[in-house]
Design a protein. Structure first.
Length: 586
């Protein structure tokens, strides 16, 4: 009995020692397993925070570049419109000046024609009066000559009658006295007749010379007057030629001065552009260095205050984004250099692609935060859905048994997204870069397009429906994410928010169409002004260049309008579908 009792006690002691050793080993294994799981969890948290930080800075850089390009494009369009308005004003002033000059030329020509007509009428009247005066003088001389001849004949007849009477009275005189007296009388008569004939010949010669002198004086006067008129007309023509040459020379000098001024301005603009580029590069490097230093500082303080680090980083990101946005705005408005139209088109296309990518990234992070793909707040997909994804995806075996460690969201190529359990205690999700970028007052969590900066940026997203069919894998943004039916249905507030967002996008397209119509009306007005025959050549050149620029812009508008038809149709269908599902949810 004593031996059996001893053996029993020894067996019990051995069993108790074995149980103690087994419990200690089990406790050690459990502690090691817990330490290993804790260490892996810390490593995954570290990788996730690194991925979030990398995504922050990458999205921040993309947002800054896209905002700068959009502001530059808008600034260039405003400067182009200002230059067009300035050219129109110059053309209008030049047209008014040319019309005034033409009117003055016409008035001067009309005055010259009137003076010439008056001079011609005066000369004609003078010729008529002069001819009448000459005719009157000639008639007076003829009358005087006839009267003188009659007087001479009557005197000579009376004298002859007296001589006959004397002869008759003295017929009885003696022969000597009679003969002598007769001889003396004949001699006297002969001398008188000779003197009268000489006097008549002298008078006729004098009249002939006076007539010739008057005719010669009249001809010389007419020639002198005509020569003076010809010289006057030639001087007027020469003055007009000199005035035209002076006007052309003045216009050439003005064009040379304007070209020199334009060339100096181009040199100044290029210098300003180079200085602005250097300043922007320096600012960009400074901001990158500051961001890198801030990131290093955050890494060094990671082990000190883990609980409060999230709020500190959020505040730093908000301040950094506000300062960067203000600096980029001032730098963009200080840029004065003009770009060519094709560069503007490429910049607009690049900005549109960048904003599409930013919108996809923002929508992806909203989806990730809403469904808890990082924190592990969602339920694991059932076996049926895992099998469907495994069959549909070429590498579906990687997603079996709820293992989604190889799924990587867009923009996070260096970190893996790990699904965790609902009970895991993790920090709240990070803030989105677009929320911080467009924040003005109170901090918001959504990145809707209700903000004016987002509306002006005209972010265009894919036309894929927001609510795909139930029970299928959500294939979006180049990823295959297996989701359950409870995640796809959504809440009524999400449906209303999506409907408002789509209606806002439709309203933005309608506003753009109104702007395009106004631009088309302006283009038609410029074309009608260019087709007008009364438009000066200088104004026609300016209008031709303006029409070329506006036609290129109109072609872009037409292409955007054609592209927007399909998007608007898809948006209308999605709005109807979302409203129908919202009514079903309600």
């Amino acid at each position: 009995m004593e031996s059996s009792s001893m053996s029993t006690s020894a067996a019990e002691a051995t069993d108790s020692a074995f149980n103690q050793v087994d419990h200690s080993t089990l406790f050690r294994r459990v502690f090691e397993e817990w330490a290993r799981a804790t260490h892996e969890k810390q490593i995954r948290e570290k990788k996730r925070r690194q991925a979030v930080r990398f995504h922050y800075f990458h999205t921040l850089r993309i947002g800054f570049d896209a905002l700068a390009k959009a502001v530059q494009v808008q600034k260039r369009r405003l400067q182009l419109l200002q230059r067009v308005v300035e050219k129109k004003t110059q053309a209008k002033c030049f047209y008014i000046w040319s019309e005034e000059v033409r009117r003055r030329k016409e008035l001067a020509q009309r005055d010259a024609d009137e003076r010439r007509h008056c001079l011609s009428d005066a000369f004609h009247q003078w010729r008529v009066v002069h001819a009448m005066a000459v005719q009157v003088e000639r008639d007076m001389r003829t009358a005087a000559h006839v009267h003188h001849n009659r007087l001479l004949r009557s005197s000579f007849g009376q004298w002859q009658h007296v001589i006959v009477l004397r002869r008759t009275v003295r017929a009885n005189a003696d022969a000597f006295a009679t003969s002598r007296q007769l001889h003396l009388e004949q001699a006297m008569v002969l001398s008188c007749f000779l003197r009268w004939r000489e006097h008549a010949e002298d008078h006729m010669v004098e009249r002939l010379m006076s007539h010739r002198a008057r005719a010669h004086h009249q001809e010389v006067l007419v020639k002198h007057t005509f020569h003076a008129w010809v010289q006057f007309v030639g001087m007027r023509k020469w003055d007009e030629i000199l005035y035209l040459r002076a006007a052309k020379h003045q216009a050439r000098i003005v064009l040379q001065h304007r070209f020199a001024t334009w060339r100096d301005r181009i040199v100044a603009w290029r210098g300003a552009r180079e200085r602005t580029t250097m300043a922007l590069l320096h600012w960009k490097q400074t901001m990158q260095r500051r961001a890198f230093l801030a990131w290093i500082q955050g890494m060094r303080l990671r082990q000190a205050k883990r609980h409060f680090r999230h709020e500190a980083l959020e505040w730093r990101h908000t301040l950094f984004l506000r300062q960067g946005l203000a600096h980029w705005t001032h730098a963009a408005f200080a840029l004065q250099e003009q770009r060519l139209h094709d560069v503007q088109r490429r910049a607009a296309a690049a900005a549109e692609r960048v904003w599409r990518r930013v919108a996809r990234i923002a929508m992806h992070w909203r989806y990730v935060a809403a469904h808890g793909l990082i924190q592990g707040c969602g339920r694991p997909a059932n076996r049926h859905q895992s099998q469907v994804v495994a069959r549909s995806h070429p590498r579906g075996r990687l997603y079996d048994d709820g293992n989604y460690s190889d799924l990587q969201p867009l923009g996070m190529s260096s970190a893996a997204v790990v699904r965790q359990s609902v009970a895991s205690n993790c920090r709240p999700p990070p803030r989105k870069p677009l929320d911080l970028l467009y924040e003005t007052g109170e901090l918001q969590v959504s990145n809707a397009k209700s903000h004016p900066l987002v509306e002006n940026a005209s972010i265009q997203r894919d036309n894929a429906p927001l609510l795909p069919p139930l029970g299928d894998a959500w294939k979006k943004y180049g990823m295959h994410l297996p989701v359950s039916s409870s995640r796809i249905e959504g809440r009524p507030w999400d449906v209303e928010h999506a409907v408002r967002e789509m209606e806002t996008r439709v309203l933005v397209w309608q506003t753009k169409k109104q702007e395009w119509k106004r631009h088309k009306a302006q283009l038609d007005d410029v074309r009608r002004l260019l087709a007008d025959a009364a438009t000066p050549p200088a104004t026609r050149d300016v209008l031709q260049r303006t029409v070329e620029v506006m036609e290129a812009t109109h072609r872009e508008h037409v292409a955007a309008h054609v592209a927007s038809k399909g998007e608007m149709k898809a948006l209308a269908q999605q709005i109807e579908e979302l409203r129908r599902r919202g009514e079903e949810l309600n």
